[in-house]
Design a protein around this ligand. Structure first.
Ligand code: AMP
Length: 172
C-alpha cells in the first residue's frame, strides 16, 4: 500500500484553490503500482460472486475494468449525460456549484447481478451516492461500493447508504 501511495501525485490547487488533487495517473502509469492496485482490489471481492463491475466516468473506468477482468465479471460504464447510445436511466446530484448528472443503460443490470460500483477517489461521496441510486433502481441481488483512495477528512461515507459495504485501499 505504501508503494501505491508513493506513486500517487499530490497536485495543489487543482481544479480550484485549496484542493489537494490526488492524481492517480502517476500510479496507473507505473507497472508495479498498476499491478498491485488490480490485485489488491480483486482480493477484496474474491468469492463474493460478483457478476458486474460498474465504473464511474472516467477515472473509474481504469481500475474498474481491471477489477472486472480479475473477477471474471462484466464491466458497465456509468457516464456523463448524452454519452450512452441506448435507453438510459438518469440521476442528478448536488455539487459544490450547481448540479451534475450521471446515466447508465437501463438494461445494464438485472435481478441476478451482484455488483461492485467502483471509482478512483471518494471525496464528498455525491457521485457515488447517485451511482448507487441508479444501480439500486435496477434491483440487483447485492451492491458493494469500492474506491482506490478515500479522503477521510471529507467524510464521504456519510453521503453513502448506511447499509452499503464500502471498501478503499488507501486513506488520506
Ligand atoms: P465526490 O465529491 O465524491 O462526488 O467526487 C467527485 C469525483 O471527483 C470523484 O470521481 C473523484 O474521482 C474526484 N475527486 C474529487 N476530489 C478529488 C481529489 N481531491 N483528488 C482526486 N480526485 C478527486
Amino acid at each position: 500500500m505504501e508503494y501505491i501511495k508513493s506513486k500517487i501525485r499530490d497536485v495543489a490547487d487543482f481544479p480550484s484553490k485549496g484542493i489537494i488533487f490526488r492524481d492517480l495517473t502517476t500510479a496507473f502509469k507505473d507497472p508495479r503500482a498498476l499491478h498491485i492496485i488490480g490485485w489488491d482490489l480483486s482480493q477484496l471481492y474474491r468469492d463474493k460472486g460478483v457478476t458486474k463491475v460498474v465504473g464511474i466516468e472516467s477515472r473509474g473506468f481504469i481500475a474498474g475494468s481491471i477489477l472486472a477482468f480479475e473477477l471474471g465479471a462484466g464491466f458497465v460504464p456509468a457516464r456523463k449525460p448524452g454519452k450512452l447510445p441506448a435507453d438510459v436511466i438518469t440521476e442528478s446530484y448536488d455539487k459544490e456549484y450547481g448540479k451534475d448528472t450521471i446515466e447508465m443503460h437501463s438494461d445494464a443490470i438485472g435481478p441476478d447481478d451482484v455488483v461492485v460500483i467502483h471509482d478512483d477517489v471518494l471525496a464528498t461521496g455525491g457521485t457515488m451516492a447517485a451511482a448507487y441510486r441508479l444501480v439500486k433502481s435496477m434491483n440487483p441481488k447485492k451492491i458493494y461500493i469500492n474506491f482506490i483512495v478515500e479522503l477521510e477528512g471529507l467524510n464521504g461515507r456519510a453521503a453513502l447508504p448506511a447499509d452499503a459495504e464500502v471498501t478503499s485501499l488507501i486513506k488520506y
